[in-house]
Design a protein around this ligand. Structure first.
Ligand code: 13P
Length: 254
């Protein structure tokens, strides 16, 4: 078993309404695996159905939200708050995804605000970071990731939560939805550097406890190799999480 266990998380993005979500969970082959967690982040609208489907199906699958608003209530048209999510039984949120950064102008200060608010409200946060292809080709991978993480590492609420209710997903932007996966060597190198950064900032014990998931064109054909890397603690999967067959195949590799 891997020291931090394995988290296999599916990010459905803007796919699967309630009916498709129910069909997915009914068809998904699932069996308990010691130390491993399966989690899906459906759209807001499919959250109640997903929660009900895993409960009635007896499948221990965590259901999380893809986003949330840092304020608990108020005049924020179109937004969903932490208390609303908690009311229906959601305990996990995904934050900082590159699509939120790119298409919804989420900046590091905003992502920090959401992260702190989520942690203070008792959510577990999976925080996504990643560099673009230009940044990687320009040798800036680590400086970009450090910049994306530094305010989080410096914040006392986040610092106290790292390795407990705050974990990371490294998703190189150039690998998301492109069919181009980071090689196990590239991913392991980056994950080890991130763990080193956390260790230098918050200490080795916390660094050892933080799960760092890899995301970006993960499929049943490449997941085993990635998972064999010592600093890769699971996958955050987009496309291959949409079908019960492929997501079930990923689970069977753990
Ligand atoms: P793909 O697996 O489709 O590349 O998406 C990765 C991702 O963005 C998960 O959050």
């Amino acid at each position: 078993m891997k020291p931090r266990g394995v988290l296999l998380a599916g990010n459905w993005k803007m796919n699967h309404g309630p009916a498709a979500a129910r069909g997915f969970f009914e068809a998904l082959p699932w069996s308990g695996k010691e130390g491993a967690i399966m989690r899906i982040y459906p759209s807001f609208l499919a959250l109640p159905t997903a929660l009900d489907a895993v409960k009635t199906g007896g499948k221990k699958i965590e259901i999380g939200a893809q986003n949330f608003h840092a304020e608990k209530s108020g005049a924020f048209t179109g937004e969903v708050s932490g208390p609303m999510l908690q009311e229906i039984g959601i305990r996990q949120v995904l934050l900082g995804h590159s699509e939120r950064r790119q298409y919804f102008a989420e900046t590091p200060p905003l992502i920090l605000k959401k992260t702190v608010s989520a942690l203070q409200q008792g959510f577990e946060v999976l925080l996504c970071i990643g560099e673009t292809l230009d940044e990687r080709n320009g040798g800036q991978t680590l400086s970009v990731l450090t910049h994306q993480l530094e305010s989080t590492l410096a914040d006392p609420t986040c610092a106290a939560a790292f390795g407990k209710t705050l974990h990371l997903a490294y998703e190189p932007v150039w690998a998301i939805g492109t069919g181009v996966t980071a090689t196990p060597t590239q991913a392991q190198e980056t994950h080890a550097s991130l763990r080193g950064l956390i260790s230098r900032t918050l200490g080795q014990d916390i660094a050892n406890a933080v799960r760092i998931l890899y995301g970006g064109s993960v499929t049943p054909a490449n997941f085993a190799e990635l998972l064999a890397c010592p600093d890769i603690d699971g996958g955050l999967v987009g496309g291959a999480s949409l079908k019960p067959d492929s997501f079930g195949a990923l689970w069977s590799l753990i």
